[in-house]
Ligand binder design. Structure first.
Ligand SMILES: [Zn+2]
Length: 510
């Protein structure tokens, strides 16, 4: 049935206070069929084969904005929200790998469902999930995650995370710290003495598994679900693995999603191993393009790399909350935007943020760069932060021309906010209100791919209460809820020692 939203306000940069009043939006199938001043001529706008009367949503006192998109998270971390603090990324990762245990398919279903529930209820219509698993991949883990996103109604892209060689372990070895036998090392290549055999055997088999999974799921649910490839990070993959990954992604018309120099330690390890930065390495390999999304990209700093990024059209994903929590640094977002780079936003996993609220991430993106530059004209504006979560997110999902704008012909992902909500009253400027005031509490309805998935603040798809209940019951059995065992504590301590050795070196300019 078509949907007609009547008499709403619409986010519009050209209107007074960035808000066009008394508008209507007609949704037909999964697309916006018409949009403009109320009333719309619905009979005229509808194809002749469609004569059913539309469902009418009263849009009075509502603001329609494009459905927001988080272009980076890790749904398995939902179990661990609020569990850590005062650790930079590397010791934090050792803790994570040492204590996460191995999830079942049901765990993955619940984690993805919880992620979707939190996102949808706070106005986020789309998510890119860089999915990890604390052990070898099996098809049912991937299918369970996809099924949760299918059931929830959110627009979801899933990129399973994998690696083939850890150049961090090599750097640690060189500095006299043996991390190979640690739980982190075992998860990341400590047991792979023969790299060629690993690539030809385990990695090839894994990519074959992903190939079959992508064949079954990419474009499912009327295009709402996508499958990308998610090589873990520049310091965790060989050149050959990068090339194999992008080749397979392109075979399916999908994207490649990879952590990129989140920390200075990673940048150090990559430069040590390859004699060049990750961006120069990717550009030289020809694996940098508009179908490549690079979460974090914090330590892309020199002009040549920023220019390479712009020229290739690759998309950095800014995760300000996680970068603050783990002390990683501030992305050069202004320098990127000035070069025409499209920047997306990500909430990142709930162990490093620790929520999945895109409005919180927009607010941080609009605020934290003020600390970096003295000249206020270079600060990130409210509109730039909001557009990173709309236009930037659409580009990250490889839907640049189809998503992120409220225009006829676009996919119908729409969030409707209650203008009577205390955080939006009064609405002095729509971009300012969305970036600095909104917390997700004003979300009234969310429409994804033409379907109402949140109505009057309630999910229409999953039973959110039942899922939360099961989720809370299952978490008690996981290792991270137990006191830290001596071995993991030793591994974390060793990693701290390595981290301090590297940081002393990078402070000296190495
Ligand atoms: Zn991440």
């Amino acid at each position: 049935m078509p949907i007609l939203i009547e008499h709403c306000a619409i986010l519009n940069p050209n209107a007074p206070r960035a808000m066009a009043l008394d508008q209507s939006i007609l949704i037909e199938g999964k697309h916006i069929a018409g949009i403009g001043s109320a009333p719309l001529d619905t009979q005229h706008s509808l194809p002749t084969t469609q004569h059913s009367a539309p469902e009418v949503i009263d849009g009075r006192n509502l603001l329609a904005i494009p459905g927001l998109i988080s272009a980076h998270t890790h749904s398995p971390e939902n179990y661990m929200r609020g569990a850590t603090e005062r650790m930079p990324l590397e010791p934090w990762l050792v803790w994570l790998y040492g204590t996460c245990g191995e999830y079942t398919a049901r765990d993955h279903y619940l984690c993805a469902a919880m992620s979707a529930i939190e996102m949808l209820l706070s106005g986020c219509a789309g998510s890119l999930d860089h999915l990890w698993h604390g052990g070898p991949w099996q098809r049912d883990y991937l299918d369970a995650t996809m099924q949760a996103y299918r059931d929830s109604g959110i627009r979801a892209t899933v990129a399973p995370l994998y690696d083939d060689h850890d150049y961090v372990l090599d750097a640690a070895d060189a500095l006299g710290v043996d991390l190979r036998g640690s739980t982190y090392g075992l998860a990341h290549g400590g047991y792979r003495p023969d790299r060629e055999a690993y690539r030809a055997g385990v990695l090839r088999d894994m990519l074959d598994l992903f190939d079959d999974w992508m064949t079954d799921w990419h474009g499912e649910a009327d295009g709402r679900l996508q499958t990308f490839l998610g090589p873990a990070a520049g310091q965790l993959v060989s050149d050959e693995c990068l090339q194999m990954s992008l080749d397979l992604a392109r075979k399916h018309g999908a994207g490649m999603h990879m952590h990129c120099v989140e920390t200075r330690l990673q940048d150090y390890c990559i430069r040590r191993a390859f004699g060049k930065t990750i961006i120069q390495r990717m550009a030289d390999l020809g694996v940098l393009g508009p179908d490549v999304t690079l979460p974090h990209s914090v330590w892309i700093r020199n002009d040549a790399d920023l220019d390479r990024l712009a020229e290739a059209g690759a998309i950095p994903v800014h995760n300000p909350a996680a970068n603050l929590k783990l002390g990683s640094g501030l992305m050069a977002m202004r320098e990127m935007l000035d070069r025409g780079v499209t920047v997306a936003l990500g909430v990142d996993g709930a162990c490093s943020n620790d929520n999945q609220d895109i409005f919180d991430t927009i607010r941080l993106a609009a605020l934290i760069h003020n600390l970096k530059h003295h000249e206020a004209a270079t600060w990130i504006s409210a509109r730039e932060a909001v557009e990173a979560a709309t236009l930037g997110g659409a580009a990250a999902l490889l839907m640049r021309d189809r998503l992120g704008r409220l225009e006829a012909g676009q996919l119908a992902d729409i969030t409707l906010l209650d203008l009577n909500s205390p955080v939006l009253s009064p609405m002095n400027d729509a971009y300012g209100a969305l970036a600095y005031c909104e917390t997700g509490r004003s979300v009234k309805h969310v429409i994804v791919n033409g379907a109402v998935v949140v109505r009057d603040g309630q999910l229409t798809t999953l039973d959110a209460q039942a899922i939360a209940q099961e989720f809370r019951e299952r978490v008690a059995r996981l290792p991270f809820r137990q006191p830290l065992d001596a071995r993991t504590q030793r591994d974390v301590d060793d990693c701290w020692r390595f981290w301090r050795l590297v940081m002393a070196r990078v402070e000296r300019g190495e």
